[in-house]
Write a protein that binds this ligand. Structure first.
Ligand code: FE
Ligand code: ZN
Length: 506
């Protein structure tokens, strides 16, 4: 007769140790430097990889179990949303512009983060680090997939969702986040961790996801709320990983501090520039708004960011270099951004509009020092032109910033009536910048940024040669449907008609 022997169950900590530390080995026929060639070239000194505390502490089987559970819930809700015509529960189809922008500009960033983490997982020397990066790589791919799936339902009914992958590569406004990720992915592994783990996860995600997801809930978009919840539980891990990496570098060697500081300066400003898109989404594109961009900045930028830098001060880290310029820009950027998107809206794969009067009142109450003084008069002027049948469109090509790739649309930090423009001569060529922050980033690595692909010059190169129609074909923008004013658009007409059918007897 056999006796059953009770198997001794290992604790989570022990199982995790088996998964990581005990899987690492010393290479015998290659040196460590040959196996991990990129670990040293950024100048970061690591003395003991074992000191890396991976905040995930997940075994692979636990990881799959958690994620599978979330997927089941996610797809059940998406299914219900689709079957019940969830799109008709939106407050207004203007809201969809924010979603289109998200799909074209942010979801491809999730995918890029996935590729980047897969790469740095290979490049780092420590096993804890490798496993954490592998899991984050999987998370990010999943985020891209769930976002695309959640929004694909809108693609059946509305314009502007159909070619986000082409637009990711070719659109002028998506080149802003794309260049952010390309910059990160072409950096060394430690810089990548600051770019994504600190700038994208810490600076951007809080300001992007938290207000954006509550914005989705406020505006009746259950599909987006669902992918938001599914992603947000990963984000907490991601932020911890980014912070853990920063602290690890700072604790390993004091010589790392100036390198880390320079990356924090750079990636704070790059992240802040990408947030320009988010500020316009929050202040202008949500028909029902949760909070203003300024209010979100006060909570997630000033309060949370402030606490983070107080915490890092004991390592000799100070607040990012261009923090004050950012603070001065907060009351202006969403207005400057939306005005730019409006005047170039023949070239956007989403709709924009002149804010209706109640929106203008909301904006002036949220921006008491800037809106009525600088921006309402411009909107009133544009309104007048539109009424006269001569809506203002800017067919001139904007000068682009060589670093962040945004058009030069911002003003001087201390003078909101002066356009902010910087110029640098480098090896016989002139380069333009939107700000001191972007100029300094260029000057630290000019050889990197002179290679940047800029969308405006591309319009004049083969095969487009300045032809706007050819450009629209090339970016898969359907003229008259995807672009232009929301008022009078097919999206507006369809939404009102379908909603009318669903809620009345006519
Ligand atoms: Fe993500
Ligand atoms: Zn710039």
């Amino acid at each position: 007769m056999e006796t059953k022997v009770a198997k001794k169950k290992l604790g989570l900590k022990d199982r995790y140790k088996l998964l990581t530390r005990d899987l690492g080995w010393e290479p015998s026929y290659h040196t460590k430097d040959e196996v991990f060639p990129y670990v040293k070239y950024e100048g970061i000194k690591i003395h003991d990889w074992e000191k890396w505390e991976d905040p995930f502490r997940l075994t692979m089987d636990a990881y799959w179990k958690y994620q599978a559970e979330k997927e089941r819930k996610f797809y059940a809700i998406i299914d219900a949303h689709t079957q019940n015509n969830g799109h008709l529960n939106l407050t207004d189809a203007r809201y969809l512009s924010a979603l289109k922008l998200f799909l074209q500009a942010i979801s491809p960033g999730e995918y890029a983060a996935g590729k980047g983490f897969a790469r740095v997982g290979r490049e780092f020397g420590g096993v804890g680090t490798q496993v954490a990066c592998q899991m984050q790589a999987l998370d990010e791919i999943r985020h891209a997939q769930t976002q695309i799936h959640a929004m694909s339902n809108y693609n059946r009914y509305y314009n502007g969702f159909h070619s986000f992958a082409d637009q990711r590569d070719r659109m002028w406004y998506t080149s802003v986040p794309r260049s952010f990720f390309d910059d990160a992915m072409s950096a060394g592994p430690f810089e990548f961790m600051i770019a994504i783990g600190f700038s994208f996860e810490y600076v951007l995600t809080n300001l992007l996801f938290v207000p954006f997801m509550s914005g989705a809930a406020y505006n009746g978009d259950m599909a987006t709320v669902t992918f938001g919840f599914s992603a947000q539980s990963d984000e907490a891990r991601h932020m911890t990983l980014g912070l853990e990496c920063i602290k690890f570098m700072l604790e390993q060697d004091p010589a790392n501090t100036p390198i880390v500081q320079a990356w924090i300066d750079k990636w704070f400003w790059r992240g802040f520039r990408v947030l320009g898109l988010v500020s316009a989404m929050m202040d202008y594109m949500l028909p029902k708004r949760v909070m203003s961009w300024r209010e979100a900045w006060n909570i997630y930028g000033v309060e949370n960011g402030g606490a983070l830098f107080t915490d890092l001060a004991r390592y000799g880290i100070r607040i990012p270099k261009h923090w004050d310029d950012a603070e001065k820009a907060v009351d202006h950027m969403s207005h400057q951004f939306m005005l730019a998107l409006y005047q170039w809206n023949f070239g956007t794969c989403f709709h924009t509009w002149i804010p209706p009067e109640p929106d203008m009142e909301w904006l002036s109450s949220k921006y008491p020092n800037t809106f009525d003084k600088y921006y309402r008069p411009r909107w009133e002027h544009l309104k007048k032109l539109a009424k006269e049948g001569k809506p203002f469109k800017n067919f001139g090509l904007a000068k682009l910033c060589q670093t962040c790739q945004l058009p030069i649309i911002f003003t001087e930090p201390d003078d909101p009536t002066m356009s902010c423009h910087r110029e640098v001569d480098y090896k016989g060529n002139k380069y333009h910048f939107c700000s001191d922050g972007c100029q300094h980033i260029f000057e630290n690595e000019p050889e990197k940024y002179v290679q940047a692909w800029l969308p405006m010059p591309a319009l004049f190169q083969e095969p487009l040669k300045g032809d706007l129609g050819a450009w629209m074909n090339w970016t898969s923008l359907i003229d008259g449907k995807d672009n232009g004013d929301y008022v009078g658009s097919q999206d507006e007409r369809n939404f009102q008609q379908w909603r009318g059918l669903a809620t009345t007897n006519t």
